[in-house]
Design a protein around this ligand. Structure first.
Ligand code: ADP
Ligand code: TYD
Length: 208
């Protein structure tokens, strides 16, 4: 962990339980005495939340993969400047539901073969990787059923279907191999409390 706070991200396919587990980890670390900021992407700052609406609502063909990459990166830059960096500088634990690994998988593999551009933009405009990334892994059919059960207007990505979710799962597992120092894969196809116990133990071991 860096001397200035700690940056923990959650990644995985839609419906894998990231938001649930991020919230439970925030509660567990708060109870253990940490000063915690729970945030999400796309979003996490007022400007980035405005961009969130642009990318997640409306026609699935509204943006090309390239335009999407620029919008997600713009949102991330604002989130980093306004929320993440100030919290880390104040010594807080920042827990973020999705971050740059989602861009590597969604825009880098599944929305277009843009991984090279994703990495270049990340180096140029973000330049910060998490200290710990928890990848919640599970069978795409279950994840999709869970995500669809939520009902909402943010469905541009969820409309891509199960075959795409299989490619995303493989993409996240490949990132775990690529960034072995910071990534931990956790089996999300278990009861919420069982997954949470695993996540909390992993995070506390990294914070120690
Ligand atoms: P994500 O943020 O990865 O899309 P959520 O945390 O929003 O996933 O979970 C999607 C849905 O599945 C929610 O309705 C949530 O209550 C439910 N859920 C989350 N984790 C589990 C679990 N381990 N078992 C059963 N249902 C779960
Ligand atoms: P999110 O609200 O976390 O969806 P879910 O709770 O279903 O996992 O994220 C919305 C969508 O945005 C999700 O389908 C993944 C996509 N996304 C990208 O394509 N690129 C990115 O860089 C990020 C952060 C998210």
């Amino acid at each position: 962990m860096t001397a200035q706070g700690a940056f923990i991200t959650f990644e995985g396919i839609d419906g894998s339980g990231k938001s649930t587990q991020a919230r439970l980890l925030a509660q567990a670390l708060q109870q253990a005495g940490h000063d915690v900021v729970l945030t999400r992407e796309p979003g996490g700052s007022p400007g980035a939340e405005e961009i969130r609406r642009l990318v997640l609502e409306g026609d699935p063909d509204r943006w090309s993969a390239e335009t999407e990459l620029l919008l997600f990166t713009a949102a991330r830059r604002d989130h980093l400047e306004k929320t993440i960096q100030p919290a880390l500088a104040a010594g807080k634990v920042v827990i973020c539901d999705r971050f740059a690994d989602s861009t590597r998988v969604y825009q880098g593999i599944t929305r277009g073969a843009l991984r090279g551009k994703v990495d270049q933009l990340h180096t140029l405009m973000i330049g910060r990787d998490p200290d710990l990334t928890v990848i919640i892994d599970m069978d795409p059919a279950t994840g999709l059923a869970r995500a669809k059960g939520r009902q909402g207007v943010e469905e541009r990505f969820e409309d891509f279907g199960e075959e795409m979710q299989h490619r995303m799962r493989a993409g996240f597992l490949a990132l775990a191999q690529e960034f072995v120092d910071r990534c931990v894969v956790i089996d999300g196809a278990r009861a919420i409390d069982t997954v949470a116990a695993d996540v909390t133990a992993t995070a506390k071991a990294h914070l120690a």
